[in-house]
Design a protein around this ligand. Sequence first.
Ligand code: NDP
Length: 255
Amino acid sequence: MQDYHPSAELLKNKVILVTGAGDGIGRQSALSFAAHGATLILLGKTVKKLEAVYDELLAQGSPEPAIVPLDLQGATRQHYLDMAETIKQQFGRLDGVLFNAGLLGTLGPLEMIGEDEWDKVIQVNVKSQFLMTQALLPLLKASTPASIIYTSSGVGKRGRAYWGSYAVSKFATEGMMQVLADELSNTRVRVNCINPGATRTAMRARAYPGENPESLRTPAEIMPSYLYLMSDDSLEVTGQSLDAQPDKVRNSAAD
Ligand code: NDP
C-alpha cells in the first residue's frame, strides 16, 4: 500500500467526516483527504485544535470544512442524530466516515482496572462509534458508494498483557466492522478497519514514554491506506482489516 499513488482529485466532491480530527492521525487524515479534493467535517473534543486544522485546510486551498465540537465521552444518541440532520441540511450528503478518535486509558494488569476507567475507554472507543454509525447510516446508504473506516490496533487482533480495556475495545471495533460489513454486503456501503501500526503521535508517546519518536513513521507516511480505503479505488473491498504499515507488523511490540 505504500506504493499507492493517489490522483490529486481522488476524493473530489466527497463529503467526509473524521473523528478525532484535531490531532495525530485524525488531523493528518483530514488534511490528506482535503488535499485530494474532499470537503471535511472535523469532529473532536478540543475546539482550538479543530480550529487550527480548519485554518490549515483553508490555507492549503481546500474546500471550507465544518467543525463539530463533541466529547464522545458524554455524547448521547440524540447528539449523533442532531449531527446527522445538520450534515444533511448543510451538505446534503455524506460519502465517508473515518472513526479515528480513541482513548488509550491506563495501561496495567486487567486485575487492577477500575470500573470507571473501563467504562470510559469502552464509551469512547466502542459505544460512541456504535451510536454514531447508527445515526449516520441513512445518509451513507443514500450516497453510493460510501466508505466507513474504523481504527483498529495490533492489540485488537492479538491480546497483550497490560493493554486491558484499550485492547478489548479494539477487538470490539474489529467485531463491529465484520458484523456491519456482512450486513451491508448487498449495499454500496463498504466497511473496513485500518491498523495504523506504531505511529509518531501523542498517544504513542504516552504508551511508550521511553521510545525515540524519530524511530517511528509519521501520520503523513501512513496515509496511503487511508486514501485508498476512502476512495473509489477500493470499491470492491469490504470486511477487511488493513495494516497501514505491513512491513512493520511482525516486529512491532507496540500498536
Ligand atoms: P492521539 O491521541 O494523537 O489523537 C486522538 C484523537 O482522538 C485526538 O484528536 C483527540 O481529541 C480525540 N479524542 C480522544 N478522546 C475523545 C473524546 N472523548 N471525544 C472526542 N475526541 C476524542 O492518537 P493517535 O492519532 O495516535 O490515534 C488515532 C487512532 O489510531 C486511535 O484510535 C488509536 O487507538 C489508533 N492507533 C494509534 C496508534 C499509534 O501508534 N499512534 C497505533 C494503533 C492504533 P483531543 O486532542 O481534543 O483530546
